[in-house]
Ligand binder design. Structure first.
Ligand code: ZN
Length: 321
């Protein structure tokens, strides 16, 4: 049994909760129309992110929204053995948000933000935090296959609105997201109207279903999304619909940084700057932005890293510190 330190007084959380509900992704289909859905709940996977970096509440909530969304998207877009990278570049107090989800539903997430977030509300929207900016989704289907990236400018106020717009403009798929995060959990619901080969929605046996289920989705409160087990959410929202619910899939945090990827960053920084840091400090210390693990390269190791031309390029969000 596990009780959340918050929200227990409102009666939403059951006294006990099966393990299968935590850190899981649940797919479902509506039988009467070409509409599919997914629910995701990140518990330990999300707390692993929060344990490694200290995020102000507003940044934390948006990053949690995006982490839930990334898992939902990775399960709908074809990433085969590869990964999906959701990246938002902002011109505001938050300059970068990155979430990655691999085909096995392992996730990692990070954000870059100005030290001073004074003046922002505790629950500031994505738009307020990033002051415009761009949303890019990269689908890398794995070795030997072509990666694909779609980019849209951010117009929606929230992460859900931004991603709905991304899916409509870049993928031509009508999608609705409901996302929420706090200090304990991140959760999301996705509904998607499946296109036919021509890109338009196919004729459904029940052509009102999409409107009906999205209206129902809007009745879901933030608290319900964060607190209720997935099957209770489905029952609460869609008890009158014929649903096919698939077995839930486990989701977890995992970082895949290594000395090799960090050696790649040293190469990217270049000899001049590396020599300058070595002259000043005697070694190079780099921390992974996703998992906060530190890597130290002494002079000899740094010079070896610089000389190694055979290695691959590093992921985008790792910085020297
Ligand atoms: Zn790492």
């Amino acid at each position: 049994m596990r009780r959340s330190p918050h929200g227990t007084g409102d009666g939403l959380r059951p006294a006990s909760e099966p393990d299968g509900e935590r850190d899981s992704l649940q797919r479902f289909l509506f039988e009467k129309a070409h509409v599919r859905g997914e629910l995701v709940r990140l518990d330990e996977a999300w707390r692993e992110v929060l344990r490694r970096r200290d995020y102000p509440p507003s940044v934390r909530e948006v990053l949690g929204d995006l982490m839930a969304a990334c898992a939902l998207l990775a399960a709908t877009l074809k990433i085969q053995g590869g990964e999906l990278v959701l990246q938002i570049q902002g011109g505001g107090p938050v300059t970068l948000l990155v979430v990655e989800c691999r085909a096995d539903l392992t996730l990692r997430a990070t954000a870059r933000f100005e030290p001073d977030l004074a003046g922002l509300e505790e629950r500031a929207t994505l738009r307020a935090l990033t002051a415009g900016g761009q949303c890019a989704i990269t689908i890398d289907p794995g070795p030997g296959r072509q990666a694909y990236q779609g980019v849209v400018s951010l117009r929606g106020a929230t992460a859900a609105e931004a991603l709905e717009e991304y899916m409509a403009r870049s993928e031509q798929i009508e999608t609705r997201f409901w996302l929420a995060a706090d200090g304990q959990r991140a959760a999301g619901l996705l509904l998607q109207r499946l296109p036919d080969h021509g890109g338009k929605a196919t004729a459904d046996a029940d052509d009102d279903l999409w409107n009906r289920v999205t209206v129902l989705g809007h009745t879901l409160t933030r608290e319900e999304l964060l607190e209720l087990p997935g099957r209770d959410i489905l029952r609460r929202l869609f008890h009158d619909e014929e649903l096919r619910v698939f077995e839930s899939l486990p989701v977890r945090f995992a970082c895949r940084c290594s000395r090799e990827t960090v050696a790649g960053i040293i190469r990217m920084v270049g000899r001049e700057e590396v020599e300058a840091v070595l002259a000043e400090r005697g070694s190079i210390e780099i921390a992974c932005e996703f998992c906060a693990v530190g890597y130290t390269f002494d002079r000899e190791q740094a010079l070896t890293a610089l000389a190694d031309r055979s290695a691959s390029t590093p992921p985008p969000a790792t910085s020297s510190g």
